[in-house]
Design a protein around this ligand. Structure first.
Ligand code: ASP
Length: 418
């Protein structure tokens, strides 16, 4: 049994959906479960819609109309004027109409998940309809009844026992009848509310389902030839890895390589399921395979760039040394606001942490920290991580830049640049 994951870029237009159908069609004879993300940049647009609703701004209806227009346009190109999918699309979008009917009363993260999840619910309706339209027998599955999470909205924590039981109970029989199409990124709580698994979480969805079903492999179809040593948008002469170990892939995603969601690898490693990263435009290319026993070859360092970083410098109000008690309090605040530390350093009088800038979380964290500490910060910084670095590569990257923090160990060098 194969699990395929298609990201937003692969279904950004009608041609993408047609291509997806061709890829899946070329694997006829296999049991296939297809995990699909929201189309193109829909999740970003739905985030803007959520913010407009939450803040009561005038552009709310305009943003919503654009999102609807975009999907109807794709559906018209695929199905012409009349097709039952138009009803499905309308019935999916009406959930947003209901959600934004009254002024917001609920918590932001809860509202976010109820609105943003519509992207995957509608994209899978279109893909599933396209499959059936072109002769691929397939069934649409609402993943929210299978991936069970707690109610940490926007970062749902998977209840593996419940999830495994639900997936193993129903999905194998469905796969005997045809392709199963389901949503990436979404989960459901025990009260039947929708959760999301964190941005770019569709890879994780594929991994959860594959692990629960003991799939032969997971393939994530991308707009790149496989896993590269660096993002070709930032660096020339990138090289592709033919294979990577689970360990290396985990390290790369931990440091921010956005090619795969960080939570994806571990469940696959535990279940010894290979993960293939392949180009959706050239399905016959081998791409990169992450598997047990893979031989890592690093002809060039792996370079991971994280932009929009903040360097926070925290010191005690009375200018005393930074003690373990202070550190434990500071980490308590990071945990409370779900802020991940990308890099950190302590000195006698201060603790410095490099974190991603996310406006809402950052303001809350700052407020809390300022109640007990002195806080200074620099923003709009870039964190660059080099795995298997050479000193020459680090020099090249830092040349002419102001380095605000630097750390190296045997395998990894990290620099925060202004
Ligand atoms: N659509 C979601 C996002 O853009 C999930 C995903 O694509 O993996 O974050």
């Amino acid at each position: 049994m194969l699990v395929f994951k298609f990201g937003g870029a692969s279904v950004k237009d009608a041609q993408g959906v047609i291509n997806l159908g061709n890829v899946v069609g070329s694997y006829a004879g296999n049991q296939i479960l297809v995990v699909v993300s929201a189309m193109g940049k829909t999740t970003n647009a739905l985030e803007r819609l959520t913010n407009a609703y939450f803040n009561g701004t005038d552009d709310m209806h305009e943003i919503f109309e654009e999102i609807k227009e975009y999907h109807y346009h794709i559906a018209h190109e695929l199905f012409g004027e009349n097709h039952p999918v138009f009803n499905d699309i309308a019935n999916t979008f009406v959930e947003i109409d209901w959600a934004i009917e009254d002024d917001p009363h609920d918590d932001y993260d809860f509202i976010y998940d109820q609105i943003v999840s519509i992207g995957e619910l509608v994209s899978t309706r279109i893909v599933n309809a396209w499959f059936n339209h072109t002769g691929i027998t397939s069934k649409w599955l609402d993943v929210r009844g299978y991936i069970h999470t707690d109610n940490t909205y926007r970062e749902g924590v998977v209840d593996w026992d419940k999830t495994r039981a639900a997936i193993q109970k129903d999905i194998p029989a469905m796969l005997n009848k045809g392709v199963v199409v389901t949503q990436g990124f979404l989960g459901g709580t025990s009260e039947n509310f929708t959760t999301t698994l964190g941005r770019e979480g569709s890879d994780y969805t594929a991994s959860i389902i594959a692990a629960c079903l003991g799939a032969e492999s997971v393939t994530t179809w991308k707009d790149v030839p496989g896993i590269l040593n660096a993002d070709p948008k930032h660096f020339a002469d990138t090289i592709k890895f033919d294979e990577l170990s689970y360990q290396e892939a985990i390290e790369m995603t931990y440091y921010g390589a956005s090619v795969i969601h960080p939570k994806t690898i571990k469940p696959l490693q535990n279940a010894r399921i290979p993960l293939l990263v392949k180009p959706f435009n050239n399905p016959n290319d081998p791409g990169t395979v992450i598997k047990e026993g893979a031989v890592n070859k690093f002809e060039k360092p792996v370079i991971i760039v994280k932009q929009n970083q903040v360097l926070l410098s925290i010191s005690a109000n009375d200018y005393s040394f930074i003690s373990e008690r202070h550190l434990s309090e500071i980490f308590g605040f990071f945990a409370k606001h779900h802020v991940k530390v990308n890099m950190m350093q302590t000195s006698a009088l201060s603790f410095t942490a490099c974190i991603d800038y996310a406006a809402d979380k950052f303001e809350k964290l700052l407020q809390t920290l300022k109640e007990s500490f002195k806080v200074k910060y620099n923003n709009e910084l870039t964190l660059i991580t080099l795995r298997h670095y050479t000193n020459a590569a680090v020099d090249e990257i830092t040349e002419g830049k102001t380095v605000l923090m630097k750390q190296t160990n045997r395998n990894t060098a990290q620099v925060v640049l202004k």
